[in-house]
Ligand binder design. Structure first.
Ligand SMILES: Nc1ncnc2c1ncn2[C@@H]1O[C@H](COP(=O)(O)OP(=O)(O)O)[C@@H](O)[C@H]1O
Ligand SMILES: [Mg+2]
Ligand SMILES: [Zn+2]
Length: 249
């Protein structure tokens, strides 16, 4: 919770005096604006967006200015991300952000769920796919309090889910089966899922693995049905940040 929210809650609300109902002249009462802040905060914390990405927005995503391949792909990615938020819930397919490390895939994916949660009150969830698989695996441990169902319930329930780092886990049979089960369930429930992956459909180097190598042909084709591919090109933004910091100091 932000300091502002904490302050708001610790003082008696000037609009509803703490009742949760705000008087509206001539029209009785309506749910108070302080509760709307509360609910938004709940939705945001339920989304489990990692700290590093909780302030990611469309406004602070800066596509490369040049009109080269990288700049154009970044503007298309930003536009496609905003479009999902504008049109939601009238959105048929999710997005699959592909690109090298540091081009802003996770930034845009989290900006989408930040905006949906904040402006539209949509229940969203962020998961690094590796962490999700690990939590499921840990739940098989007999001393674990968690069960597979408990771990997966929020993943199935979230209206919009981000699965970050698709294909990053070593593709064993169990990993593929589990990924397929999760992705198919969301597909069958017609729920929107946004993926990111460092693995491309057409790798740049001959020795690099493709996304199909990592997730298998069947899952790759399912992803095609449920997502629009957004290929982001460019240099690692983190290196750029470090370089400009270096120049300043
Ligand atoms: N175009 C951009 N404008 C502003 N920040 C960016 C941009 N691209 C990346 N970043 C920032 O750089 C860091 C790395 O981006 P990230 O989204 O984690 O990359 P990826 O998921 O593609 O590896 C993050 O802190 C992110 O906010
Ligand atoms: Mg990322
Ligand atoms: Zn109030």
């Amino acid at each position: 919770m932000t300091p502002d929210l904490r302050k708001l809650q610790s003082t008696i609300c000037e609009f509803c005096s703490g009742t949760g109902w705000e008087p509206v002249e001539g029209r009785g009462v309506r749910p108070c604006r302080c509760r709307a802040v509360d609910r938004r905060d709940q939705i945001l914390s339920a989304a489990q967006i990692p700290k590093r990405y909780e302030n990611c927005t469309f406004e602070n995503y800066k596509p490369k200015a040049a009109a080269d391949e990288a700049g154009i792909s970044q503007r298309i990615a930003l536009h496609g991300s905003k479009d999902i938020v504008d049109r939601y819930p009238n959105v048929e397919v999710g997005l699959l952000f592909l690109g090298a490390c540091g081009v802003g895939k996770t930034h845009l994916a989290t900006a989408i769920i930040n905006a949906l949660a904040l402006h539209k009150g949509i229940s969203c969830l962020f998961y690094d796919f590796r962490d999700l698989l690990k939590e499921i695996q840990d739940s098989y441990n007999p001393v674990s309090q968690a069960t597979e169902l408990k771990v997966l319930e929020p993943v199935y329930d979230a209206e919009v889910l981000v699965l970050d780092e698709l294909g990053a886990s070593k593709p064993t049979d169990w990993v593929r089966d589990t990924m397929t089960q999760i992705i198919n369930t969301r597909y069958n429930d017609r729920k929107l899922t946004i993926f990111t992956s460092n693995y491309l459909d057409e790798p740049q180097q001959p020795n690099e693995e493709s996304l199909t190598d990592r997730v298998g042909v069947r899952l790759r084709s399912r992803l095609h049905e449920m997502c629009r591919v957004v290929l982001i090109k460019g240099d690692d933004y983190r290196l750029k940040l470090n370089q400009s910091r270096g120049r300043r100091s």
